[in-house]
Design a protein. Sequence first.
Length: 480
Amino acid sequence: MRIFISYRRTDLAMYLVDAMHAELTSAVGDGNVFLDIDSVPPGVDFRRHIAQAVDEADTVLAVIGPNWQPDRLFQHTDFVRTELLAAAALNKAVIPVLIGGRQMPVPADLPPELEWLVWRNALTVAPPPRDRHDLQRLADHFRPAAGTVSDAPVIAPAARPPSPVKSAPHGDPAVTRRPKPIGGQPGSPIIYPLHLGGALSVNWSPDGRWLASSGVDGFVNILESARLADETPPLHSRLEHGGAVASVCWAPDGSELASGGHHGEVRIWNVDAPSPRQTFVGHRSAVRSVAWSPDGTMLAWAGATQVWLSGLEIGTESQVIESGASAVAWAGAVLAVVGPDVSIRILDGHTRRATKSFKAGRGRLFCATWSPDGRRLCVGGDDRIVRVGEPGRFGSAARLVGHTDYVRAVAWSADGRRIASGGADRSVRLWDSASGQQVGRLSGNTHGVRGLAWSPDGSRIAAAGNDGAIRIWDVPVISN
């Protein structure tokens, strides 16, 4: 169990935050509680370090004290705001903790994108002399989870190489060249640090011409694939969605791009236009996943409380078709709705009715992808196992075992022969889709992975990292 404490450093009840850190450390172990002024190594960009810590935490404690200053949450440079938006975008459990006699804020005190915090059940730490009792009660809330053993085998991770990313000011990202692959094995990636606070999603256009990425900073970047070896990021356009953008997806013909984010809005973009062609609004929760139907006529998106489906013509009304989910993925006219727990629902896109419903693993599912032929579904979640199987027989799904932490992203190669997976253990692994055997592990990845995408020709893999970087590897193409 890993805990991230979000707090205001100028709070008058700061002494309670220090005591909370000590009590929680005694419950879950040294190194499992992140308190930024204690945990950030000297010389490290604390914005990216904090984003990584939020991604790697199981629970975020939002400490609200007498000097929490909710008016500062309206400033886009406020770090408490950044921490809470990152927690929501990354689907973290967030627990408000009221200290120093503070009451829960009301919705009018918060920006719209943070109003969800008001509806979270809060814990209270009273002023002295009752603070000791309340802090122990808070620690006991997490103590049973400490030392919990997963049924997934744990393997020793490879030695972590030093990060090759050179520091650079935001908006002028540095880049590191990759060496050429040696002996047919994937080499180190080219690295573009594009997103302040963390990258969340990547997606190649169907013709391979463009690579789109999105992140916590609210921007969607479109890169030119032909110039991915350039010293500077080959940005074709930079689109401002607003709020953390959890997912991007190209239309099947590559003419447009869909993005979905924490503000609950889904936008449709043309790569050459600075403003969206169409925006879907009015959703009650952050959008976690967007997916375009293969025929280009429908768009599905998933939030914490609802799944929506819409046609793409201007004026078309979107429709709620399911309860909340972590991911949606199309295979022909069939839509897989995955999570947010272990449930998987298969829907007919035309009738918008469920045809199958089943479960996979334990805990939560985060990601899903179909095989190119639409026969098998691949999912990953917090039990560290990638599962692959036919929807009608998912009880006997293949289990791809190797990750040592949450699996956050899965992608299937266009030829159907390989699967890429990545997650909180900072690894990107390649699997043979037929045998389920691990056939490779990409080198040079030093941070948690939030999104993965194969290029259409199978020669490259792109990953979105919680350090804000997009990493791109050359991978060998398997010949027939």
